[in-house]
Design a binder for this molecule. Structure first.
Ligand code: 0X9
Ligand code: ZN
Length: 426
């Protein structure tokens, strides 16, 4: 693990010349209409009917329903198919335009240091501002935090993050380890992970519960582990999921980093071998720059302190998913404890706004995945708990990945309340 100064992290994106090959036209979703189609356990039949239409699929678990956005030119044809549908959103482009109204970056002061203002959480933000946010936040709390970087992405961007510790001193406690934005389009995960970081640091000296939590664990938090994909969602295609790795022999770009971790990667059924698929697993386990760097960081943390809790923050669907993804029957040896804690977490999350989170083992609750991070973290990095949290919205509403900015704070507050239960209880 390398430590970076604020200046180095800020300047890093300027050194990207080699990765930028051509300027692509921004993808427009204006007039795209989002639908939910009931599939009644026969998604193949639905897929056959809509083949040939221009649409963007949203969900990977299509047993019950398929959510998708249909291009304006095909909406009438789609509606004439007579499928059992409901409209999720009339104009995806309009919501994307609304969501792109980023508020200017503002700071306030704590003592003499500039800290990002809480208004940060009123809108989404440009990639460069996310780096400034973390640099400024860390800069205000130098006594118990440091900036970290796991390394660099395929496009040369830093896999930056923050390490926070308490009264026991740096590196003295088991680790709580968070990853955000592995899937580029899941913008709410960036904001929620930043909010949790913000609360841990700004409340440490005033809130006894927070002090006890930070004194018990070393936090390693990386809000954007897929920076190349994230930047691409802001410059070119809001609904991009994978990283931006190009490979020989295909014009399709990107590997799904949540299918690339080196644990049971070779099993079939939980990922795609097609480079054009949204769940493309790569050619070999861990053959992306990001996963190689994150494996190294994880190995270091594990060796130094051990990992108590890992959470990979995603959207959407409102799920708390425990291992395993590779098998629907395999269970961790501490399954009973995993169930108690994930059910307790769901209950605590619901207390804030009534938001319902479904919990359970990931394969049997949602679908099979191979090479996903929680399987690796639990089985290889021996994290006691290694979960996926799929944030708002629920799978039954709205536009999925495009969540209105007015929902950022509620989505973050309910998770913070959840953490105030989970971290002292586990
Ligand atoms: O497919 C994924 O990687 C995650 N869902 S998302 O829509 N955010 O892409 C879910 C991973 C959870 N693991 C399993 N379902 N096995
Ligand atoms: Zn995801």
């Amino acid at each position: 693990m390398k430590l970076f100064t604020a200046v180095q992290i800020l300047l890093a994106p300027l050194a990207l010349g080699a990765a930028v090959t051509k300027v692509e036209k921004k993808v427009s979703y204006d007039g795209y209409r989002a639908f939910r189609i009931s599939t009644h356990n026969d998604a193949a039949a639905v897929s056959k009917k809509i083949a040939g239409l221009d649409f963007v699929p949203f969900n990977l678990d299509t047993k019950d329903h398929m959510d998708l956005a249909v291009a304006p030119k095909d909406v009438a044809t789609f509606e004439a198919l007579g499928l059992e549908t409901s409209i999720l959103n009339k104009d995806l482009g309009a919501d994307i335009a609304e969501e792109a109204k980023f508020a200017p970056y503002e700071t306030t002061t704590i003592g003499t240091a500039a800290v990002p203002a809480i208004s940060w959480f009123n809108s989404y933000h440009a990639y460069a501002d996310h780096q400034t946010f973390l640099n400024d936040l860390q800069g205000a709390f130098p006594a118990n935090s440091e900036l970290i970087s796991a390394g660099t992405s395929g496009g040369g961007r830093p896999l930056y993050g923050i390490h926070i510790w308490g009264s026991g001193g740096k590196g003295s406690k088991p680790a709580v380890y968070f990853h955000g934005t592995v899937h580029a389009r899941e913008w709410i995960s960036t904001m929620v992970v930043e909010y949790l970081t913000y609360q841990l640091l700004t409340q440490y000296s005033t809130n006894t519960t927070v002090k006890a939590i930070v004194d018990s664990y070393d936090f390693y938090i990386l809000p954007i582990i897929n920076p190349d994909g994230f930047v691409y969602t802001q410059t070119t295609n809001r609904l991009w999921r994978k990283n931006r790795l190009t490979r020989s022999g295909t014009s399709c770009v990107g590997t799904d980093m949540n299918r690339n971790w080196p644990y049971n990667w070779a099993l079939t059924g939980g990922a795609s071998t097609d480079p054009c698929s949204e769940t493309y697993k790569g050619v070999a386990a861990g053959d992306t720059a990001e996963i190689r760097a994150l494996v190294a960081l994880t190995t270091t943390i594990r060796a130094a302190q051990g990992i108590k809790l890992f959470i990979d923050w995603h959207s959407y669907g409102q799920y708390i998913l425990t291992p395993f993804g590779y098998s629907c029957t395999a269970r961790p040896t501490n399954q009973a404890r995993q169930t108690t804690l994930s059910s307790g977490l769901a209950a605590r999350i619901a207390l804030s706004y009534g938001t319902r989170f479904t919990y359970g083992p990931s394969c049997s609750t949602l679908y099979a995945t191979t090479g996903s991070s929680p399987d690796y973290m639990h089985a290889v990095a021996t994290a006691e708990f290694a979960w996926t949290i799929e944030l708002r919205p629920s799978s039954g509403t709205s536009n999925g990945f495009v969540l209105a900015a007015s929902s950022i704070l509620p989505a973050a507050i309910e998770q913070w309340q959840g953490m105030l239960y989970l971290l002292p209880t586990m």
